[in-house]
Write a protein that binds this ligand. Sequence first.
Ligand code: NAD
Length: 356
Amino acid sequence: MPHKIAVLAGDGIGPEVIAEAVKVLKATGADFSFEEALIGGTAYDKTGHPLPQKTLDLCKESDAVLLGAVGGPAWDHLETKLRPEVGALLPLRAELQLFANVRPAKTLPALLLASPLKGERGLVDLVVVRELTGGIYFGKPRERRENGTVAVDTCIYSKSEIERIAQRAYEIARHRRHNLVSVDKANVLETSRLWREVVTDIAEQNHDVSTSHMLVDNCAMQLIRDPQQFDVILTENMFGDILSDEASMITGSLGLLPSASLSHHKDGKSFGLYEPVHGSAPDIAGQQRANPIAAILSAAMMLKYTFGENDVAFRIDQAVDAVLEHGLRTADIFEKGTRLASTAEMGDAIAGKLAE
Ligand code: NAD
């Protein structure tokens, strides 16, 4: 049976970068079937809703979802629930129970100069595993009191929510350098104290991975001071939101950052949605100027996390490195002495390397 992939290209540069990711997946020679569906503003224009039922059904029938990006000024005037980001992405994540957000931050050696950190310090290779469906972003009540002068957000975590994300983080650490740092604010927050208790218990079942705990404020500092100390950072929703952005910026460019959002294991496979971290970049959409590498590396993550095709994923990573080493660059990472490529030319070069 071929691996079944739902392809949701979306808006803006989404279709341009996803076309290159699909091109690269095809060039691996692995057995995939691709089915496209509408999402985002494009879906709203054609069907009246940013997440049509047909799209949701396709995602649920597939082994994995490859998503471009959604949103743009053309849909900013819509009421909140119909706006692509709110009306499509949030329900998609909830419906597919994507509780584990995995954001690698890996400096590509050819682009070390793009890192805001000086010299070798910018050479990071870490993954933030962020809990995605609990915590303060989802807790109720969320309200205003006393004539709007007092605001309340509620942070709630259950033991089972912490257990499942911790187990997933250990699985990931086991395939990397066996080092996990759990980040919390246990000196202040009750949810963090529960987080630390549960992670400590799960660590007992995972002796092959070394575990330590770090307070979130210290982690924010350590990421700048000495990011190479980190392999896997496990953390809750809001801390992960902030730390994953901080970590990813060490690598220097938005156009290079992939992500995965994973659900439960099913039939030995881990269902997941894979998407570049960047948005729909309306300022460069339709001009073949977008960098497709974030989308291509997201496809490589799909091979690794959903299909267990680690060797093929590694070959894609290597093909990306090789093409950059040869000096090919899209406009966002262009520098003197390198060669400018369009979105499709970059995809062709990476697919070509794989086929060699
Ligand atoms: P953005 O990530 O789309 O763009 C920020 C800047 O980075 C722009 O200058 C853009 O040209 C550049 N950029 C982004 N991706 C690039 C790539 N692959 N290659 C080269 N340059 C790239 O963020 P934004 O401008 O804040 O948002 C634009 C739209 O995207 C908004 O409607 C926003 O809501 C939406 N958005 C969607 C997602 C998503 O679908 N997951 C994520 C973030 C933003």
